[in-house]
Structures are given as structure tokens and as C-alpha cells.
Ligand binder design. Structure first.
Ligand code: ADP
Ligand code: MG
Length: 730
């Protein structure tokens, strides 16, 4: 095996040949080489410790202290061998980024010598100061400290020279302060609920994993432009800027040939990702100029979430080596497509069956239909909560903006499966004759695989679409942590499956129906009950908005109002019953999301005020003075008649510039007043709503005037890099 190591900076900066590109090097030579995976564990750990960790990974069993010591010792030996000098508990606080505090392995022994130390205690638990992370009031009422606890289901890895141990981050009293803790609990509950339902069909199933395949969209801009745009630097998006003459209308970027410089970045990012075990597979141009996408092969949801967080971190780091900045914001450029993060989701059994893939026998298809219909029902019940789980200040620009699904949650399943559900809906239900059963199994359930083979209608406008063997949640934002929608979706599914099992069992017991009769009866009812969530048409059109309103589906464009669903009675009950979050935890999370929302709008508002007052207006005044000078001089050298005929347009321009400056300044002042009023509100929900209702509307007004000025003013004087420069410089 060729020696492969984390790319040293000098290797890329000095443009020396990169070792992963050496002839004959294959991805399989280095994939996962910096991951404490099963292979490394077997090599570095006692068989007792190995078995315990595998058992914890596969069955969620606890690891005792003496085993933890053995694991730590194996992990240390492995890490030191690969040149690691530090270790860290790696976690995902609710700031939206990852957090790490590095400790050195080195420890002085007191006699002038030193050893490398890493014990089970250091592996299992640490106590970072929780006070600087968002906690939604949880911390204040209790102890200031929080702790991180090892998650053995996600493998440790070496990033640079630091051993990173994936952990959950909880308060001193055990309440979740991160994305991972609720996700793990949701995954556990969906495992239990789905396994129980699987037993109807296959007694051999003992575990069900949720699977996730994310697709990460992003923009690349040149570092120099980024540095010259305070809005990109501080808010992640361009708050002003006129759309370029050429945007995406020619559709010439999507799947186009990837620019050389972007390819260099991608290759290196792929390499860095793969040594860390992230199975990135697909890279391509996206719809907008300078927009791209990466997608890995799907994995177990918890690992996939960790991998996405790690990947986003890697993107930033690798981009800088190529003098790029990566923009993960959902809408960095107005009038240009924004970026999403599709969450492809399914459930897989430990017997190797994808529960959302139709099978080859009527029995396996009945199992497929069971999970398929229960998913639709779960989304129907918790549509508002799913909407809330993808709500953020950034995603607010994207939802319903003709490039992403609207804020209305609906499910697309395709014509053929719709027909199957229609047939099922119309069966008698209850007790069936053997003939009826055979007919149903052969002609409805048995038909599914053939049907799906030619099911090519992929509706791109649906927020939640069935795509043959998985559902794809398309409404998530590019900057989001997938854990949020994944927690909600899996918890909702768990609740739904538990109810399904109770409903089926009740029919078997009370009405003495056969198992398959009971399943058909319940599915038939669910199809009826959840019908309003199904929509096959154009999700971008206005007709859908009207139709959805008639159906009673919510369309809440404002994030702070949409977030209410986190703490609705129904959601609180579900979170608690599934063991995902206590009321307190859900309320704390709600508060953190609202806080994060208004703070982001507040930052944008301040940056916009600064841009308007210190960049745009002064530039406009300077240019206006040039015009005034010019007009005055023309007047000096011309007779009145000539002057009147040639200076008219310039005089109009001077007036127009004045009017626009005045509008910008008055709006800026009014925006500051609105901000003050919002800041004075005590209640965080009211504050966030005030930012949405009263502060944010000024952004459009100021931007409109500024963008008009951009078109009028001398290009040489305009202080900000323009869209055409940022988007088309390769
Ligand atoms: P698209 O046309 O949307 O790009 P792809 O077929 O390329 O769809 O798949 C997109 C993502 O879906 C990939 O990350 C892939 O690994 C993932 N995926 C495929 N099967 C599953 C599954 N059973 N569970 C979760 N994700 C899946
Ligand atoms: Mg997709």
C-alpha cells in the first residue's frame, strides 16, 4: 500500500505533485486510512474490546469502564502510529458548525520526562465549558458546565494531527445541547419501531438503520472578491448587487465541463474526504454559474450526518488552499439559484433489505407498501414540524422562490404508485375470500416492481419525493445540519410505526382478522386519511398554493412563525413519547432557533446599513459630483439652446441619483428604528417575528435602489465586486 497522509500545506501551496495522484494509486488504497474503522480496531484492540465496540455499534449496548480503557489504549496506539499529537472530543453544538478543543497526548511525569497518555476516562467523557454555546436557557437554571460523551457508533478519525472522537454534547443534567443527541435517540426509536413491524414479514430482522445520502450544493468565489465584499464575509450572502446580464438562462453551466481550478479543488477535497472515510462519489456543476454539488454514497444516518458536518469543514479548509471561498449560504446571490441539501432517506434492515424498495414477491411488496404508506402518513401528521426542521434565515430566501419547493410540505409518489394506492384504497377491507386475496396480491401488490421500472416521472418541484427506492427531502438548506430534519423525520416515522403495529394487532385480536387482512385494512385507512398530503403537480405554481390552502396545508413563509411547530402540543407529545426530547429540551431548541434567526437578520441589517452608508451612498455622491461638474462646464462652453438639448439626460441622472440616495438613507434610518424597536422586545419569539415583519422588508427597498445605482455609476468607482465578476471568474 502506498504511504498516504493528510496533505501537508506545503505540498499544495508549493504545487508539488500530490501523492494521491501518483500513477497507480487507487481510491481503495487510501479510503478510510485515517479512520479507526473495523479493520483498524481489529488490528489495535484486544478481541474483547473489539467485540464490545462492535456490539455497541450494532446493538447499542453500553461499554464498561475497563473496556473503555482497552479501547482508549488501542485508539492511542493507532493514532500515535499515524502521527497524531492531540485528541479532541468532536461535537456539533447548535451554532451550526463543529466544535473541537484539542488536548495533547503528552503528559509530563514529574521527573523531567514525559509520556503519551490517553485513558478510557478521556475517551468516554469530557467537560468543555458549555457557557459559550447556545443552550436556550437550559444552562442558566442548572450547572454551567456541559459534557461531551463518546458516541461509539460513529468511528473516530484523525484530522491533520488530531484524533477526533465523535461525541454528543449535553448539559450537566443530561439535556441535549447539540444536534447529535436527539438524532441518536430518534434513530434508536425508529429502529425499535421498524424492527417490530418487520417481524410481520420476516422474523430474522433484528435491527433497522435509517439511511441518509446527502447532496451538498455550494458556490465557489475567488478569495479576492470575497475579501472585498463585507456582506459575503459577515453574512455569507451578497446583500446588494445587480444580477448579471448573463445568469443561468442559457442553462450552460449545469453538468457542464468543470473549470480547471474548481476541479483541482474538488480532487483535493475528495482525497481529504476519502481518507477520512467519507464516501464522496459524485461531483458536478449545478444550475447557477459558479455553483457546484458533491454527493456521497448513502450511509447509516448518524454517520452520514457526521460526515456531512466534517465535509463542510473540509470544504472551507481546502477551498482556501485554492484561493477560493466556499459559500454554503442558501441564497448568496439574488436572482440566481440558491443552494440546497437534498436528504435522501430510507430504512434498511440488518438482513440487507431496503424497506422503501419494492421487492420481487407479493410478501416483500406488502412490506414495502407498509413502510411506504406509513412514511406518507408520518409526513402528513408532522408536515408542520418537518417544515420547521428546515427553517432558517438562509433557507427562507429559497423556499418557494421558483428554484426550490414552496414552504408547503407535500409528498410526490409518481403516477404508477398513486394508481396502486388508489386501488388499495378501494378494496373492501376486513375479512377477504382466498380469491380476493390472491387477486389483490397478484394484481395490485405483485405488480409494483414492473410498474416502478418504467416510473421515470421525477418531480423536481416536490419537497418530499419518492424516487424509486428512497424518499428525497429536497427542502433542506445547504448550510443546515442534516440532523435536524433527520431527527424529526425518523421520530415521526417511529411514532407512526408504533401506531401502525397497535392498529394491526388490534384488528387481529378484536376482529380476528388474519395478519395480511389486518395490514391491508389499516393501510387502506391510512391511504384515505393522509390523502391531502399527496401532490403530483407543479409545486412551483400559484395554482398549488391555492389548492394547498383548500386542503388545509400550511404555507408559512416566515421562519419564526414556522418554528412554532417545534413546540406545538402534537410535536412535544411526539418528541417525548419517542424519547427524542423532553418538553424542556424542545422548548430550549425552539428558543435557540429563534435567537439564531433574529441574530442573523440583525447582522445582515447592520452590514447592509454599513454598505449603504459607507460604500454605496458616498460613491453615488462622488459620481453625482462628477456629473454636476460636467454639466456646469458644459454650460460654460455652450450657448443655452445647445446646452438644453445635450445636458437633459445628465440632469435627469443627477435627479435620479439624488432620489435614490435619499430613499436609501431614509430607509436605512427607518430600518435602524425598526431594529431598535425589535431589540426592545423581551420575548424571543416576538423579537424574531419583529425582525421578519419590520426589519427584513427594508432589505429589498435598499437593495433595489442600490442595484439601480450600480447600473448608473462609473464601473471604475463602484466599490464592490459585481456579480458578473464573482460568478464568472474561474
Ligand atoms: P439524484 O438524481 O437526486 O441525484 P441519485 O440516484 O444520484 O439521485 O442519488 C442521490 C443520493 O441518494 C446519493 O447520495 C445516494 O447515495 C442516495 N441514496 C441512494 N439510495 C439510498 C437509500 N436507500 N437511502 C438513502 N440514500 C440513498
Ligand atoms: Mg437529488
Amino acid at each position: 500500500m502506498p504511504t498516504v497522509r493528510f496533505l501537508a500545506l506545503e505540498e499544495t501551496m508549493g504545487r508539488k505533485p500530490k501523492n494521491f495522484e501518483a500513477p497507480g494509486t487507487r481510491v481503495s488504497d487510501y479510503f478510510g486510512s485515517r479512520v479507526f474503522n473495523r479493520k483498524a480496531m481489529r488490528e489495535y484492540m484486544t478481541s474483547e474490546a473489539y467485540k464490545a465496540v462492535i456490539d455497541a455499534m450494532d446493538n447499542g449496548t453500553k461499554i464498561n469502564r475497563s473496556i473503555a480503557d482497552q479501547v482508549a489504549s488501542g485508539m492511542k496506539a493507532w493514532a500515535l502510529n499515524l502521527g497524531a499529537t492531540h485528541y479532541t472530543h468532536w461535537f456539533q453544538p447548535l451554532t451550526g458548525t463543529t466544535a473541537e478543543k484539542h488536548d495533547s497526548f503528552f503528559e509530563p511525569t514529574g521527573n523531567g520526562e514525559a509520556i503519551e497518555k490517553f485513558s478510557g476516562g478521556m475517551l468516554v467523557q469530557q467537560e468543555p465549558d458549555a457557557s459559550s454555546f447556545p443552550n436556550g436557557g437550559i444552562r442558566n437554571t442548572f450547572e454551567a458546565r456541559g459534557y461531551t460523551a463518546w458516541d461509539p457508533t460513529s468511528p473516530a478519525f484523525i484530522f491533520g494531527t488530531t484524533l477526533c472522537i465523535p461525541t454528543v454534547f449535553v448539559s450537566y443534567t443530561g439535556e441535549a445541547l447539540d444536534y447529535k443527541a436527539p438524532l441518536l435517540r430518534a434513530l434508536q426509536s425508529v429502529d425499535a419501531a421498524a424492527t417490530a413491524v418487520c417481524k410481520y414479514f420476516d422474523k430474522n430482522v433484528t435491527k433497522v438503520n435509517a439511511t441518509l445520502g446527502w447532496e451538498q450544493e455550494y458556490f465557489l468565489v475567488d478569495e479576492a472578491y470575497f475579501a472585498a465584499r463585507p456582506d459575503l464575509q459577515l453574512a455569507g450572502r451578497a446583500l446588494v448587487g445587480h444580477a448579471p446580464a448573463k445568469g443561468q438562462q442559457l442553462d450552460d453551466h449545469y453538468f457542464g465541463s468543470i473549470p480547471e481550478r474548481a476541479i483541482e479543488f474538488m480532487k483535493e477535497l475528495e482525497y481529504e474526504s476519502r481518507i477520512l472515510g467519507i464516501p464522496v462519489k459524485t461531483r458536478h456543476n449545478e444550475v447557477a454559474p459558479a455553483q457546484y454539488e458533491f454527493a456521497p454514497v448513502f450511509e447509516e444516518a448518524n454517520v452520514a450526518v457526521d460526515h456531512n458536518s466534517l465535509f463542510m469543514d473540509l470544504m472551507e479548509k481546502v477551498a482556501r488552499r485554492h484561493n477560493f471561498r466556499v459559500l454554503m449560504h442558501e441564497k448568496p446571490f439574488a436572482n440566481i439559484n440558491g443552494s440546497g441539501k437534498h436528504n435522501n432517506w430510507s430504512l434498511a434492515t440488518d438482513t440487507g433489505v431496503n424497506l422503501l424498495a419494492p421487492g420481487s414477491t407479493p410478501m416483500s411488496n406488502l412490506m414495502f407498501l407498509t413502510f411506504f404508506i406509513n412514511t406518507i402518513k408520518a409526513v402528513y401528521r408532522h408536515a408542520d414540524l418537518i417544515r420547521a426542521s428546515i427553517g432558517s434565515a438562509g433557507n427562507e430566501h429559497r423556499l418557494g422562490a421558483n428554484e426550490a419547493p414552496p414552504a408547503i410540505i407535500s409528498v410526490f409518489i409518481g403516477q404508477q404508485l398513486s394508481a396502486v394506492l388508489d386501488q388499495l384504497e378501494n378494496i373492501e377491507g376486513g375479512k377477504m375470500t382466498p380469491e380476493e386475496k390472491t387477486d389483490l396480491k397478484l394484481n395490485v401488490v405483485g405488480k409494483i416492481p414492473d410498474v416502478l421500472l418504467d416510473n421515470t416521472d421525477r418531480n423536481r418541484t416536490s419537497p418530499f419525493a419518492f424516487t424509486g427506492n428512497k424518499f428525497e427531502l429536497r427542502a433542506a438548506g445547504s448550510a443546515s445540519n442534516c440532523a435536524q430534519p433527520m431527527t424529526v423525520l425518523n421520530a415521526a416515522m417511529a411514532e407512526q410505526l408504533i401506531e401502525f403495529k397497535a392498529d394491526v394487532d388490534a384488528l387481529i385480536e378484536k376482529d380476528s382478522l388474519k395478519k395480511d387482512e389486518a395490514i391491508f385494512s389499516v393501510l387502506k385507512r391510512y391511504i384515505k386519511e393522509s390523502k391531502t398530503i399527496r401532490f403530483e403537480g407543479d409545486g412551483y405554481g400559484d395554482a398549488w398554493k391555492e389548492e394547498a390552502a383548500k386542503r388545509g396545508l400550511k404555507n408559512e413563509p416566515s421562519t419564526p412563525r414556522a418554528l412554532d411547530a417545534y413546540v406545538s402540543e402534537q410535536s412535544l407529545k411526539m418528541f417525548e413519547a419517542m424519547g427524542v426530547m423532553s418538553h424542556r429540551e424542545a422548548e430550549a431548541r425552539h428558543e435557540i432557533l429563534l435567537e439564531s434567526y433574529f441574530m442573523k437578520i440583525q447582522i445582515e441589517s447592520r452590514v447592509l446599513g454599513d454598505l449603504a452608508g459607507n460604500h454605496i451612498v458616498p460613491t453615488a455622491i462622488k459620481y453625482q459630483n462628477t456629473l454636476i461638474d460636467n454639466v456646469q462646464r458644459l454650460k460654460e462652453i455652450m450657448d443655452a439652446e445647445t446646452f438644453n438639448s445635450v445636458a437633459k439626460e445628465q440632469l435627469e441622472m443627477i435627479k435620479e441619483i439624488s432620489a435614490r440616495i435619499s430613499k436609501i438613507l431614509s430607509s436605512k434610518d427607518a430600518m435602524i428604528e425598526a431594529r431598535k424597536a425589535a431589540n426592545a422586545l423581551e420575548d424571543v419569539r416576538e423579537k424574531a417575528i419583529a425582525y421578519y415583519d419590520n426589519v427584513k422588508p427594508f432589505f429589498e427597498v435598499i437593495r433595489y435602489e442600490s442595484d439601480k445605482l450600480e447600473l448608473m455609476i462609473d464601473d471604475e468607482q463602484w466599490p464592490l465586486p459585481k456579480f458578473r465578476e464573482m460568478l464568472f471568474t474561474r
